[in-house]
Design a binder for this molecule. Structure first.
Ligand code: BDR
Ligand code: CA
Length: 311
């Protein structure tokens, strides 16, 4: 049986690799891709999502545009990391497949109402605006979602957009709070784990060695992303954040985490968007998320390379 998923995303080079990993994996059925504003504005994220579907020769995947602004704040973007297009690096053709007419939030709600209870996993790879909007508008869907496996947050690694906050959560902290308090089973891929999934030269060379057009694009996407982060962190390679979400669905044994309480700061100007994980279980606050702390990075790249080679 295949696992049904909805990918909610703001591509983004690492989002693009996550989408490709999902589309290359027969265990997963991608019911739709919902775009949200984040790394770049919505007009670019929905366009980029369609470009990636076409790259994977899957123009049949429905792509929906969602929220253009966070729930209560002005949009913060990350062109400094992802380039002006959000997908800088390779030279990809503009998409010809259409954008769906429906709003992404309506698609999420309708799909969860139609599909059997607990059969769909939501995979948010960007700010949580679309997911929180769906939960606010149709609270009963919370009881129908199998789980939410998301990229966002940080605890020991603290921030990448501010000293305290990770980008996806910082852009829409109110949305993150709604999701974290929804009661839906949640798995979080914070910077703590994604900073261990580094695109070293050897790993990018492995994509090139596949010798196929999609794999070459993955090498270019990861190579572009790398420049910024290597300079910032002084690390050997850049963290490949979002594919961790899809890899978790395919091989959860690659990851270790703890089921703990995670809350998000929504008021302090200094620490806005910080995710406070009770990793040491020093409070009696109820556990609401599995907060992932480590992964088998070589195993993760083995899986990713093997799957990308299928496209
Ligand atoms: C997250 O922010 C974006 O820049 C990436 O696509 C990833 O989802 C990492 O903080
Ligand atoms: Ca993303």
């Amino acid at each position: 049986m295949t696992q049904k998923i909805i990918i909610d995303t703001d591509p983004g080079q690492d989002d693009a690799v996550a989408i490709l990993l999902a589309l290359a994996s027969p265990e997963l059925e991608v019911l739709g891709i919902t775009a949200v504003a984040g790394n770049v504005p919505l007009a670019l994220t929905e366009r980029n999502a369609r470009m990636i579907c076409e790259l994977a020769k899957r123009p049949d995947i429905p792509v929906f545009a969602g929220c253009a602004e966070p729930l209560k704040r002005k949009l913060v973007t990350a062109e400094n990391v992802h380039g002006k297009s959000g997908l800088d690096g390779p030279d990809l053709p503009l998409p010809t497949m259409p954008l769906q007419d429906h709003h992404a939030v309506d698609f999420i709600i309708e799909t969860l109402r139609q599909e059997p209870v607990n059969s769909v996993i939501l995979c948010p790879l960007g700010p949580l605006t679309n997911i929180a909007s769906a939960l606010m508008r149709a609270p009963e869907i919370a009881g129908r979602i199998q789980q939410i496996v998301l990229m966002g947050g940080a605890y020991f690694e603290v921030g990448n957009i501010t000293p305290a906050a990770e980008f996806n959560i910082y852009v829409d902290p109110e949305a993150a709070e709604i999701v974290l308090k929804s009661g839906v089973p949640i798995v979080m891929m914070p910077l703590d784990v994604t900073h261990q999934a580094l695109t070293t030269r050897r790993r990018i060379d492995a994509f090139c060695a596949i010798g196929r057009p999609v794999a070459d694009v993955v090498a270019e996407l990861t190579g572009f992303f790398e420049r910024h982060d290597m300079q910032k962190y002084g690390s050997e390679g850049a963290p490949l954040h979002d594919p961790c979400v899809i890899a978790f669905l395919l091989q959860p044994e690659l990851f270790q985490g703890r089921h703990v309480n995670v809350e998000v700061e929504t008021t302090s100007a200094l620490t806005l968007g910080m995710t406070v994980a009770d990793w040491w279980r020093v409070t009696d606050r109820k556990a609401n998320a599995t907060f992932i702390g480590s992964l088998d990075a070589d195993g993760f790249y083995r899986l990713l390379t093997e799957r990308i080679a299928r496209l």
